[in-house]
Design a protein around this ligand. Structure first.
Ligand code: MG
Length: 162
């Protein structure tokens, strides 16, 4: 019998003026955005990293190294699609993803469905199998001061074989 496998990950990016805020593969109007070698989409990065963990394939730093020009400015969609390819070529099926984004402002509630749809599209799964939740950090610390954002993700995969 083949058991499903879970993966978990976390990502954090510093927020700076003059960068677009892309989260969950959706652009959100705001006056600052995540600093990063890629587009800094912490939600997409957490999902990709959790998938690699579930599959026993290391982490995103290993597959998409910061400093590698191939991934300079890479979108969250691209990293998720590439992660999906790595899993699919091993016969692994992505089943579900649950994401929590921690960000003080702006409120993400209006974008949750769009993010679930976009992440699902990149992963080749239904939007209903992707959950995106958001919460503030209650004004505490760097995230609370709007200097950073973080994301957590849990995923489920079907390894297809033992
Ligand atoms: Mg990241």
């Amino acid at each position: 019998m083949t058991y499903p496998r879970i993966g978990f990950s976390y990502d954090i990016h510093r927020l700076v003026a003059g960068r677009p805020l892309r989260l969950g593969c959706v652009e959100i109007p705001h006056d600052r955005g995540p600093l990063g070698h890629s587009d800094g989409d912490a939600a997409a990065h957490a999902v990709a990293d959790a998938l690699l963990g579930a599959a026993g394939l290391g982490d995103i730093g290993q597959h998409f190294p910061p400093g590698d020009p191939r991934w300079a400015g890479a979108s969250g969609d691209r990293l998720l699609s590439e992660t999906r390819r790595l899993l699919e070529e091993r016969g692994i099926r992505i089943v579900q993803a649950d994401v929590t984004i921690v960000l003080e402002v702006p409120r993400l509630a209006p974008y949750r469905m769009a993010m679930a749809g976009a992440i699902g599209a990149a992963l080749g799964i239904d939007a209903a199998a992707v959950s995106v939740k958001a919460r503030s950090h209650e004004g505490i610390g760097e995230i609370g001061r709007g200097e950073a954002l973080a994301a957590y993700a849990v995923v489920l995969i079907d390894p297809g074989r033992d």
